[in-house]
Write a protein that binds this ligand. Structure first.
Ligand SMILES: *Cc1c(COP(=O)(O)O)cnc(C)c1O
Length: 395
């Protein structure tokens, strides 16, 4: 029996949700490192494969550790069903490609994680799916783009790397009027700070590699939504194309989830302090943090996110040479394109995560060579601020 109560608070869901004990009564969730499952009889094998009897048949289809994780995530998100995949991109590509057919149309915000953008700009069109990008913060642009029948809408809020807000409830309404499903990549907010399904989104996707593992160890992804959609579109896709999650990685993320709320709360509090600590530095041009009133989309973030989150973007006075000089002067913060780790990590999006975009595409997102993205971890906020300030002083 799995433990499940929709009335539990998030902290309880994160520690107890989805737990299935074996006959040994272990307290910590078991790791089922098995590819296959044995049957009591040939009749049982036939019944399982036909779907007439519940039970596991093969780990590409399902695995007990992966199922515990999926149930915990569904409970936390308030979703009917969850499936876990080998990586965040495994989840997002499956959620985008599986429901689409040649002739369909997809509308996406232009500020997206690089690989999500590549799926929309390059992969989907090769299979006859038309895609259009809009400025995610511009509701009039959404209205124009969604005046035609559309299959899917993809957004990210806050977006990578400039933490732009998309008004989830407003875009959900426009998407539904166009016959589209709203898919949201909720990685930057995490399920602790933002509840897209309550705001009208249909499908939520995660890179659990980020805050859910939260300690920089494994790759994993998740797709959450209504059972009908998952069973009709996602299950056949996952079974036959095979982006199955490793049960080892699923176990690591299950254990990571137990501390997710504590970690996200602390890292967000640190991020707010660090954003304020560097904002007035003479070598800073702008600080972009969803929790600061000077964020261009502050009102929308306030409406849909319960705190400013764990990421900060800042623009230094200068361009690539100065940005590199500042990164190279960091002594505590690591230069890394990962995020959502206990360790604070900084990167230069133009030359790393967003290097594949053309100059025009970068300009459309407001991105230029002066921007640095900081993922705030669990070190003391004063120590991280001091490190950033000494690196800014070096300019
Ligand atoms: C990291 C990330 C992804 C991709 O996840 P992987 O687990 O690396 O495949 C997708 N979207 C966002 C916003 C991310 O930060």
């Amino acid at each position: 029996m799995t433990k499940r109560s929709d009335n539990w608070a998030p902290a309880t869901k994160l520690v107890r949700g989805g737990t299935m004990r074996s006959q040994f009564g272990e307290t910590s969730e078991a790791m089922f490192l098995t590819s296959g499952f044995a049957y009591d009889s040939a009749e049982q094998a036939a019944a399982r494969m036909a779907g007439d009897e519940d039970g596991f048949v093969y780990s590409r289809y399902g695995n007990p550790t992966n199922q515990m994780l999926a149930e915990r995530l569904a409970l936390l998100e308030g979703a009917e069903t969850c499936r876990v995949t080998a990586s965040g991109m495994g989840a997002i590509s499956s959620a985008m490609i599986a429901p689409c057919s040649a002739g369909d149309r997809v509308v996406a915000a232009n500020a997206l994680f690089g690989s999500c953008r590549h799926i929309c700009s390059t992969i989907l069109p090769r299979y006859g799916v038309e895609t259009e990008f809009v400025n995610g913060a511009d509701l009039e642009a959404w209205k124009r783009a969604l005046s035609k029948p559309t299959r899917l809408v993809l957004i990210e809020s806050p977006s990578n790397p400039l933490l732009e807000a998309v008004d989830i409830a407003a875009v959900a309404e426009l998407a539904h009027a166009a016959g589209a499903l709203l898919v949201i990549d909720n990685v930057f907010a995490s399920p602790i700070l933002q509840k897209p399904l309550e705001l009208g989104a249909d499908i939520v996707v995660y890179s659990a590699t980020k805050h859910m593992d939260g300690q920089g160890r494994v790759l994993l992804g998740a797709i959450l939504g209504q059972s009908e959609f998952i069973e009709e579109h996602i299950d056949p896709w996952l079974r036959h194309t095979g982006p199955a999650a490793s049960p080892f990685n699923a176990w690591v993320v299950l254990k990571g989830l137990e501390t997710l709320e504590l970690r996200v709360a602390q890292a967000s509090a640190n991020a707010a302090k660090i954003a304020d600590a560097i904002a007035d530095h003479p070598n800073i041009q702008a600080v972009r943090y969803p929790g600061r009133t000077d964020h261009p989309n502050f009102a929308i973030h306030q409406k849909q996110m319960s705190s400013g989150g764990t990421l900060v973007a800042f623009s230094i006075k200068g361009a690539r040479a100065e940005a590199f000089k500042m990164l190279n002067a960091l002594e505590l913060v690591d230069i890394s394109n990962n995020l959502g780790d206990t360790k604070s990590l900084a990167c230069h999006p133009c030359s790393t995560t967003h290097r594949a975009l053309t100059d025009e595409e970068q300009a459309e997102m407001g991105l230029d060579e002066s921007w640095i993205r900081l993922s705030v971890g669990l070190e003391n906020a004063g120590d991280v601020s001091q490190d950033l300030i000494q690196a800014l002083n070096a300019l």
